[in-house]
Ligand binder design. Sequence first.
Ligand code: FMN
Length: 258
Amino acid sequence: MNETTLFETIGKRKSVRKYDMNPLPENLQQQIRDAAGELCPLNPGIKTEIHFLSEGAVKGLLTIKAPHYLLFFSEESPESLLNAGFMLQQMDLHLSSLELGACWLGMAKPTKGFTDVSALPFVIALSVGMPAEQVHRQHQTDFQRKPLADMVTGSDHEALVAAARLAPSATNSQPWRFQTTPDAIHVFRMKPGMMKAWLYDRMNQVDIGIALCHLWLAAKAEGYQPRLVNEDDMAIPEGQLYVKTVKLEAVDSPVLNV
Ligand SMILES: Cc1cc2nc3c(=O)[nH]c(=O)nc-3n(C[C@H](O)[C@H](O)[C@H](O)COP(=O)(O)O)c2cc1C
């Protein structure tokens, strides 16, 4: 999987909900299984498994009929949902770069017979298949997203937050907020209201993992060596939760030996 290609796909990807129901050729299926083994984790300490399964493997509200599904399983940890978003978004972009369709399925559950493919808890799924609709957006203006000014404070690294703005999110809720400084981007999440928390609290953590994946790819494309860290003592804006900081260091900055 090429990170530059993944970055270039951010500007054209879309959710694909209509599929040719024929199974993908075996070589493509193998390519997908291989790519699943190459995803970069946000937190390598969290045990995860990805299974590539066929039609009928998932059910649930808003679940889409597709010839294949990628099911993500993860050990539980405070960062397991962020990590799921971060890892599977690399796959969403990779599939789109291969002109294959994919869509996140937040309400899907494995069907009977597929519940025990992993000993780890199930987290989320992606539908996968040959698209039976347009696979890419033609223009960036085709993305339905809030204006950048509504989600960013600070004037640094506009290209990076612009890439994060295009991230997909459950019901397109776009719960991310960013504070940029010359050497870092602090990432926050809108606190869901009491009524929405039962539905959105988990999904919005996956959404932030997806946005972090876009920030990370964009930072690498701009020549940075991004490090995802937790800062202490962050001033947290009203109604938001602090999630992570992307530290930006130039790859070729001199290493000081002191
Ligand atoms: C965590 C998550 C869960 C989602 N769940 C569903 C779903 O269950 N069904 C569906 O049709 N789309 C689902 N979506 C797709 C979003 O509706 C879609 O990403 C959003 O509307 C933006 O559109 P785009 O992906 O075409 O840019 C989900 C997206 C995310 C990130």
